[in-house]
Design a binder for this molecule. Structure first.
Ligand SMILES: NC(=O)c1ccc[n+]([C@@H]2O[C@H](COP(=O)([O-])OP(=O)(O)OC[C@H]3O[C@@H](n4cnc5c(N)ncnc54)[C@H](O)[C@@H]3O)[C@@H](O)[C@H]2O)c1
Length: 265
């Protein structure tokens, strides 16, 4: 599928990876709807991309809400006339260990709350589910060539402290296989499904960390540096343009391996 002229919706696009993906697609001639829950940041992003000549529009939507996401997809179609690329990028992390030992009493207590576990699941799992369903049904209905893309993460090894986040990212990494199979079985030929699983990425938030904070993290990364935003944008472009890429999750991680046990070896 050609990027120029295609219509893309990206959730969580007010900053970070989502914004970088939106910028590169718009730069390559796609029409892009950026969506987020952060109103001022979203408006600033769209203003900046328009100033660079991008055909872009903004729509507030909370990915955990059916009605928001449904209205987002309708907005993209009303604004740009089709729907070809849906990127379920919005995500959160609330990392915590399962248990902690109270320093005073020595007793073992819960550390990760049910509320935080549910919040991460709601945004990272229910959110992409609604995003995919609402995008896919419109693509299937109209027969537009399309690709659904979900942002996973390093997903084959568990990182202590990421029981909630890691659970959601491992789950979505499997979705391309499940949905490629469903679409094949049900005769939907126009929609591909792909996961992109970045490693530690140089978003402004991560790149701004002190060297002393980043250094131990990068010890787990054979590449020796953060994944660049450009490298993720190039991956999304490859996914859109290469129609043989379907039913798979691509790891763009610099070879990252997880876990303090890796370091202690
Ligand atoms: N940065 C990394 O190193 C890294 C690595 C692997 C995977 N990822 C994944 O990539 C995606 C983007 O990460 P990022 O680093 O750019 O994060 P980020 O926090 O900078 O951006 C995420 C965006 O999602 C939005 N968002 C959060 N909850 C939302 C909701 N309910 N509805 C709509 N928007 C919502 C936020 O407002 C924010 O703008 C996430 O899914 C993340 O898990 C990031």
């Amino acid at each position: 599928m050609r990027i120029a002229g295609c219509v893309a919706v990206i959730t969580g696009a007010a900053r970070g990876i989502g914004l970088a993906l939106a910028q590169s697609l718009a730069g390559a001639g796609a029409k892009v709807v950026l969506s987020d829950v952060l109103a001022p940041e979203l408006q600033a992003a769209v203003t900046s991309l328009r100033a660079q000549g991008g055909a872009v529009a903004a729509r507030l939507a909370d990915v955990t809400r059916d009605e928001d996401v449904s209205a987002l997809m309708d907005f993209a179609i009303e604004t740009f006339g089709a729907l070809n690329v849906v990127v379920a990028n919005a995500g959160v992390a609330r990392d915590a260990l399962l248990l902690r030992r109270d320093a005073t009493t020595g007793r073992i207590e819960p550390a990760l709350s049910t509320e935080d576990f549910r919040a991460v699941t709601e945004t990272n799992l229910v959110g992409p589910f609604i995003t995919f369903r609402e995008g896919a049904r419109r693509m299937a209905e109209h027969g537009w060539p399309g690709v659904l893309v979900v942002l996973s993460s390093i997903n084959k090894a568990g990182q202590p402290g990421q029981l909630s986040y890691g659970s959601t990212k491992a789950a979505v990494a499997l979705w391309p296989k499940i949905l490629a199979g469903e679409f094949h079985w049900s005769g939907i030929r126009n929609i591909r499904v792909v996961g992109i699983a970045p490693g530690y990425t140089g978003t402004p938030a991560l790149a701004a960390l002190e060297h002393s904070t980043l250094e131990p993290v990068l010890k787990d990364v054979p590449l020796g540096r953060l994944v660049a935003l450009d490298e993720l944008s190039a991956t999304l472009a490859f996914v859109i343009e290469n129609e043989a890429v379907h039913g798979t999750t691509l790891e763009i991680s610099g070879g990252a391996t997880f876990g303090p046990w890796q370091r202690s070896k």
